[in-house]
Design a protein around this ligand. Structure first.
Ligand code: HEM
Length: 457
């Protein structure tokens, strides 16, 4: 167990915000079955700040909803500290990755990582992303329906491997893809939720053994890229994040050593592809089930505008944010929303609860992209990419990928339902559509022909 888990205070109803009396296994099962409905029911019962008693926490997870509590957790760094709070994911993404780095080192590393992700630099990838979307389109179109998420995962992984590691050789990309897919498979990462001893490497057949073997495979491949790039004579002219990071220096002239680079790169790849793919899948799935919003968007895109496209992505990020929560730990005994929070307790800003708050978003369950064409209800009412000094550094890249994928797909096809709307499932910290976000994509020409045929009958 990492420090953050060993420091965690035990459950004591007098020291934590209110919680359901349901036993821990029941609360855990309800969260896994329906993370949106269960958290909302607790919020309705207890107000914007409550405790959730689920595994793997031995005390409780303090949950925050609504703009005020969301803002406090994301921006009050004196009281709520990031880095250590990502303890659960640290063995998978790397203890020295930005996500797992506590202050003050976090800010130093963030400054090193930010330049390649700047919006202007990211726009240079637009053509490459378009090509990758185009190349994958035939697999999506036609048929009775496809789950969009696996398709989008292939796309976003190819993009991230190109942008972050600079991979261009198709054979090398394929090798990485195989290693990463095996590593991030739900069955493998489930090991993170096992009690400490079971997570250890207890031989090749144990879950821990498998996890360590698959992680080593990803690390070895990444180490080879770092070594090759260090030796590359053309590094100064390369545009990938790895090449830039090798030469990045902080204000004291210090750079990242190979162990830090390894964790930063693994963290960027893992943080960047599942999230983006999940958002693409949810957005197409929501559009398929809301034909009026879909047709308005297609008409707006056809007219050369991207106003509704941006509003649609916002609305999808509001209703189905890919990342469920942002985690912090309480730096000292404090309060949140008038309730006590003990030192070292885990605290989570639960984004879906804030995004579905009827005081901020009237008719919160309705998918209405048009609501984002006017002013937003406030800065911390909509935070799919988080906020404060730990806000997502990949936001420009993610938006470029999501917008490009939607623009290209909707120019060629119209999403229609391929079954009932899918419920949300929680996989680690990601909210995914239960069946991969199935949609039927009908080619626009085919659809027009079918409509003309019906008119002639
Ligand atoms: C739709 C896609 C994405 C979503 C919804 C998303 C969401 C988030 C959220 C909510 C956070 C804040 C976590 C916190 O406050 O603790 C975050 C942080 C982060 N994201 Fe993303 N992300 C996406 C795509 C990406 C991409 C494409 C990359 C990189 C290539 C990336 C890299 C990171 C990193 C490194 C952090 C940590 C920042 C820090 O601690 O300073 N993300 N992301």
């Amino acid at each position: 167990m990492s420090d953050a888990f060993t420091r965690e205070p035990p459950w004591d109803p007098r020291r934590f915000p209110p919680a359901s009396r349901a036993p821990r296994p029941v609360q855990t099962a309800r969260m896994l079955r329906d993370p949106l409905a269960y958290a909302r029911s607790l919020r309705r019962r207890f107000g914007p700040v409550f405790s959730l008693r689920t595994y793997p926490y031995r005390g409780a997870l303090v949950c925050a909803a609504g703009a005020a509590a969301n803002r406090a957790v994301l921006t009050d760094h004196e009281r709520f500290t990031g880095g250590d709070a990502a303890a659960l994911l640290a063995p998978a993404i790397g203890t020295r990755s930005l996500i797992c780095t506590p202050p003050p080192l976090h800010l130093t590393h963030r400054k090193l990582l930010l330049p390649p992700f700047h919006g202007e630099r990211i726009t240079r990838w637009a053509q490459r992303v378009r090509e990758l979307v185009h190349g994958g389109l035939p697999e999506l179109l036609g048929g009775d329906g496809v789950p969009v998420r696996p398709w989008a995962q292939r796309l976003t992984l190819d993009v991230i491997l190109r942008v972050v590691l600079g991979l261009t050789d198709p054979a090398r990309v394929a090798t990485f893809r195989r290693a990463l897919n095996a590593y991030v498979a739900t069955g493998n990462l489930a090991v993170l939720f096992l009690p400490g001893p079971l997570r250890r490497d207890l031989g090749p057949l144990s879950p821990g053994g498998r996890f360590h073997r698959l992680r080593t495979a990803v690390w070895d491949l990444t180490r080879e890229e770092i070594a090759a790039r260090r030796a590359a004579p053309d590094r100064a002219h390369r545009d990938d994040v790895l090449s830039m990071l090798l030469d990045a220096r902080d204000e004291h002239g210090a750079g990242l050593d190979d162990a830090q680079l390894l964790d930063e790169l693994t963290g960027l790849v893992l943080a960047g592809y599942e999230t983006t793919a999940t958002t693409i899948a949810w957005t197409l799935h929501l559009l398929a089930h809301h034909p009026a919003a879909r047709d308005d968007l297609i008409a707006d895109l056809d007219a050369g505008s991207d106003r509704l496209l941006k509003a649609t992505v916002k609305e999808s990020g509001r209703l189905r944010p890919a990342v469920y929560n942002a985690m912090r730990t309480a730096a000292h005994d404090t309060e949140l929303g008038g309730h006590p929070v003990p030192r070292h307790a885990f605290v989570a800003a639960l984004f879906p609860l804030t995004h579905l708050d009827p005081e901020l978003w009237p008719e919160p369950d309705a998918f209405r992209p048009g609501r984002h064409l006017g002013p937003d209800p406030g800065p911390y009412a909509l935070t799919p990419f988080g906020g404060g000094v730990r806000r997502c550094i990949g936001v420009s890249l993610a938006q470029l990928e999501i917008e490009t994928a939607l623009r290209e797909i909707l120019a060629a096809a119209v999403p229609e339902p391929a079954g009932p709307p899918e419920p949300a499932r929680l996989v680690a910290v990601t909210i995914v559509p239960a069946r991969g976000g199935r949609v039927r994509l009908r080619g626009r020409q085919e659809r027009r022909a079918a409509a003309a045929h019906v008119r002639h009958l």
